[in-house]
Ligand binder design. Structure first.
Ligand code: SF4
Length: 460
């Protein structure tokens, strides 16, 4: 659907987020052959909004205030759409928990729920889910310290639905040893500086890509500087076809205390359809192996919106994961690639919603609680990503990074450091390209070390 959207700034940048919620929306400032026109004109203290497709035409005058503008635009678009354009109302951001947390601290749990429905136009189910996630996760946040993220961007092959930075291991094999050496050196310097300058390290998270695409020997070298460090220490094993007993032994030795083993949906026909090169049986045996290793909590990710899924089937998968010993289960919604084939291939909106509801019900009945939640653009059916865990098994890194509550030091290609405090984080992005990362990592490391020093000096 081609949308002509005309609005002076800042109303353009605010409104465009809502327009993206309309299915297949393609938004242009000037276009002649539009299907829908959304026009915003500024008065002295008010805005004149018009939404029309030729047959449909609605207009409103609203105060020139951000929330009032978004509410009116949401309502007009919902009138045009014959129903709410999103169950998330005007909360279009990636981190809706920040707004919910602010509300809860100001007016309490019950009133925050009401305000999310009344002022932010959330569907009550989403408001409940969000408030519950904030209520479980936020109390664990610490006032002091930082987290470290280590990026291992390599994968043995590329899954069809992948929207992450992932590099084919075969092409980069010749650079992996240098990458590991550089990553370990960077990690070592940062940890040393944290210790010397009194920065508590709350968590270390090794993500990807697929970290276990590296050999046990390479991972041992990469993680060696963190061995024995007393903090939450997570490794994403990601693809079960890469995880071995030797990897697990290396993790144990290094002090890893959380691991993630993922299938996205353990059904052979689904795995084949999305280009994952392993079977459901392989996944369950890797999960068993990870649980039996006794490292600590094992997480498993699932994606709602993949072919072959049904509400009952999805709920049964959750029961199987829980029975196998997964203490965390993360439910992602498929992030659609605009215009890609996937958009047509997979489930429709109603099916995905029913699956998500069945999943949340089953998790709830098994004692899992939502504890962090985030959204992305182009999520299937306007759903959300939610981390569920058994009480006491929540992942601190995920809570803190979604809440943006503390600095992060990023190690490796594509890793993002967030330097600063409060609401004033300065992102420092390592190059995604491995060669560029290797060439520039010393300079980037120096900037992180300088920040650690300056931050120490700024502390009372
Ligand atoms: S394992 Fe994850 S990061 Fe790697 S290709 Fe598949 S979806 Fe992408």
């Amino acid at each position: 659907m081609l949308i002509r959207f005309q609005a002076p700034d800042p109303w353009w940048s605010r409104g465009v987020q809502l327009l993206w919620l309309l299915p297949q929306a393609q938004i242009e400032k000037e276009t002649k052959n539009w299907d829908l026109a959304v026009l915003v004109e500024e008065g002295s203290r008010e805005l004149y909004l018009t939404v029309t497709d030729g047959n449909f035409r609605e207009q409103r005058v609203v105060p020139a205030l951000p929330r009032e503008f978004l509410q009116a635009l949401f309502q007009l678009l919902s009138q045009y759409n014959l129903g709410p354009i999103s169950p998330w109302g005007i909360l279009t951001g990636v981190r809706p928990g920040k707004i919910a947390a602010g509300l809860i601290s100001r007016v309490g749990f019950d009133q925050a729920l009401e305000e999310l429905c009344a002022n932010w136009l959330l569907h009550r189910d989403k408001a409940r889910l969000l408030v519950a996630a904030v209520n479980h996760g936020y109390p664990l946040l610490r006032k002091q310290g930082l987290s470290i993220y280590i990026s291992v961007p390599f994968c043995p092959s590329r899954c069809d639905y992948c929207s992450f930075a992932s590099l084919p291991l075969d092409r980069w094999r010749g650079r992996v040893d240098s990458y590991v050496r550089q990553g370990a050196a960077e990690l070592s310097e940062l940890l040393l500086a944290c210790r010397r300058q009194g920065h508590p390290v709350n968590s270390i998270y090794v993500g990807g890509g697929t970290p276990t695409a590296l050999s046990p020997r390479q991972l041992e070298a990469l993680l060696a500087p963190a061995a024995g460090w007393e903090c939450e220490f997570t490794v994403e094993a990601g693809r079960p076809d890469t995880l071995t007993q030797e990897h697990l032994a290396v993790f144990k030795e290094a002090g890893v205390n959380r691991i993630s083993v993922n299938s996205q949906y353990p059904l052979d026909s689904t795995l084949a359809a999305i280009g994952r090169r392993h079977t459901a049986k392989q996944f369950y045996s890797s999960l068993d192996m990870a649980v039996s290793a006794g490292l600590g909590t094992v997480n498993s990710d699932l994606i709602v919106g993949l072919p072959g899924q049904t509400p009952a089937g999805f709920a049964d998968v959750i029961s199987s994961l829980a029975a196998a010993g997964a203490g965390n289960i993360t439910i992602h919604a498929l992030a659609l690639k605009r215009g890609a084939e996937l958009r047509q291939q997979y489930l429709d909106e109603a099916e995905s919603k029913e699956i998500a509801e069945a999943a949340y019900d089953r998790l709830n009945s098994l004692g899992f609680q939502p504890y962090y939640l985030y959204r992305q653009r182009n999520m299937a059916s306007n759903l959300e990503n939610v981390g569920f865990g058994l009480p006491g098994s929540y992942c601190y890194y995920n809570i803190a990074s979604i809440a943006e509550s503390e600095p992060v030091l990023g190690v490796g290609a594509g890793a993002v450091s967030k330097l600063g405090q409060g609401d004033s984080f300065l992102p420092l992005v390592n190059p995604r390209d491995v060669n560029q990362y290797l060439a520039r990592s010393e300079d980037l490391l120096l900037r992180k070390l300088r920040w650690l020093q300056v931050d120490k000096e700024a502390r009372p």
